[in-house]
Structures are given as C-alpha cells and as structure tokens.
Write a protein that binds this ligand. Sequence first.
Ligand SMILES: *[C@@H]1O[C@H](CO)[C@@H](O)[C@H](O)[C@H]1NC(C)=O
Ligand SMILES: *[C@@H]1O[C@H](CO)[C@@H](O)[C@H](O)[C@H]1NC(C)=O
Length: 329
Amino acid sequence: MVSGSFSRSTSARLAARGGVGSPRVSTPGAAHRNWWAAAPSGPSIERIALAFLLASLALVLSCALYLYFFRHPGRDRVVAEFAGESLESCDVFDGIWVPDERYPLYNSSRCPFAERGFNCLANGRKDTEFLKWRWKPRGCNLPRFSARAVLEWLRGKRVVFVGDSMSRTQWESFICMLMTGVDDPKTVYEVNGNQISKTIRFLGVRFESFNLSVEFFRSVFLVQQIPALRHGRRRVRAILKLDKLDDLSQKWADSDVLIFNSGHWWTASKLFDMGCYFEAGGVLKLGTSINAAFKMALETWASWVKERVDLRRTRVFFRTYEPSHWRLA
Ligand SMILES: *[C@@H]1O[C@H](CO)[C@@H](O)[C@H](O)[C@H]1NC(C)=O
Ligand SMILES: *[C@@H]1O[C@H](CO)[C@@H](O)[C@H](O)[C@H]1NC(C)=O
C-alpha cells in the first residue's frame, strides 16, 4: 500500500503504489476558474501535445516565479512589472500558443531527469517543429525563461509539484530547464538516488549550488485513497475519502512554491472500474457522481490550503485538465 515519509535534509523512505499506470484517457472537463484556479489550456492537437506540456510548463513556471518574486502584488501589477504594458490589457492566463524558432529551452537527451518515454527525438521522431511553441498572453509578451535568473531567485527555496503524471512531466521539464543554467550537472541529484518512475510517490531533486529543492509528490486525486475493509461490499475495493486530504499533504505546506494538478484520474475507468468508490463523513457514497466527487475533493483541497499554507510565504497554483501525453489526447 501507500506509504512515504520524507525529511527535507536527509533521508526518505518510499514505497511505490503498485498496479497503476498513467492516465490514457483524457476527460474533457470544465475549467474550474476560482480564486485559486488557473487552468491554462491550449488547443487539443495530438501531434503537439508534448510541446504543449513543455510550453505550458514554461508558462506556469514563468508565472509562478514572477508571482513569487514580486511576492504579494495583485496579478495585474505583476504582469505590468515584466511586460511594461497596460494593466488592463494583460492577463497571462489568457492567450494562445505561437510558433517560436528560439525554442525548445532544452535538449531532453542532455537532461538526466527527462523520462525516456517522453524524449520523442531520442525515440526516433524526426520532425522538431512540435518543440517550438511559446505561450503568448493576448495583452503582453512573457519574458524568455532565463535558467540562471530563476536559479538565483529560487536560491534557498523549496518548489513542490503535487499531482498526477501531468505534474511529474512538468516537474521534469522544469528541472531540465533549470539544468541549462547549472555549471556542473553533478551538483544536481535526486535526493534518494531514485530513477524517475511513474508510480513512485516522492522524487526530490536538489540543486546543491543553489540550495534549492524541486520536488514531486504523486497524489493523483489529492484526497486520501485507502483499501476498503474486507467486510465491506464486495465490489468496493478501495475508498476515496473526499473530505480528507492525502496523508502526504503533511510534506507539502512548508514550501515556497506549491503547484497542484488533478483531473485526469477522475474518470469511471480509473475509479468505479477499479472498484474505487467515494466516502464522505465516514459514510460510503455509492450514488455520488464523479463530477460531484471531484468538486468535493477540490473544496477539501481549498480549505486545506486556507488552513495549512502560509500564503504570505507560499505561492499556490492549481491546474486541472490539459492535453495529456497520449496520441489522440
Ligand atoms: C540533443 O543532444 C544530443 C546528445 O548530445 C545530440 O545528439 C542531439 O543532436 C541534440 N539535439 C538537438 C535537437 O540539438
Ligand atoms: C538553505 O536553505 C534553507 C531554507 O530552505 C536555509 O534554512 C539554509 O540555511 C540554507 N543553507 C545554506 C547553506 O544556505
């Protein structure tokens, strides 16, 4: 079953969750746009899905870092700071993908943290245009990502990604983007010497020269999933507690940038077909729909953020659906 404990400075104990893969189906869903929500979404073009992942990472992180850097200002001022354009005209979450010859920002074959399965060129793909997309907010231009500048801003900080494989691949991309600004790649390592795997629950990469940690926690639903008791109903093999955040959440709050995602696992094939049903208030909710359950889980998450995260220190981002890694996604 699932267990994990992690101490920031030294050791970690990990156990992988067995028998689960990354989502192969992508469910179109509403973009939940609330005070905490920003779901950048690009056009669903299967052939450039990976490019979107990389480019949307650049977007999310540029935003994260700028927001972080300027601490508390409202979004408008942050945008104005780097765009020098009118406050009203620029919303960085509202834009389009444009081709840009100056991309990509890194070469996957030169990054030890890029997952082999997502390195299209190394896997034989010949065209490269899919790597050359940039996010363009309607009202302004984002500055080009500068690994060195970002590493300096993040010196002494902890950046945490939480979610499913969408978060994992963005975590990988962010690390690879930062690696281009590191002089000695040997000073960057996974704290437990682990290889990146899709079932591992914790991966932490340390940039030694910058005293920076960039971590990933696998929590596909964000709320707690437990095996069902044996005397329960036979078809119920696992329970998702909609009113309780994942136990791993104890490791999340103490961070400087906290980037969540969830969405792609909220499907019947990942839940009901696997014998996983919902529970709230200690009561099994066999009739609850997946949409209603997702909403409750997000409310649980949002109250956890309000109660447990020091928003004066930590910048919090949440993403829902995006093009996934598979063909026809
Ligand atoms: C990426 O790096 C590999 C290994 O160094 C190299 O063979 C390849 O040509 C590079 N690809 C691009 C597009 O620069
Ligand atoms: C590294 O950063 C932590 C905060 O994350 C800080 O407490 C510690 O003093 C820093 N260490 C060094 C050597 O700068």
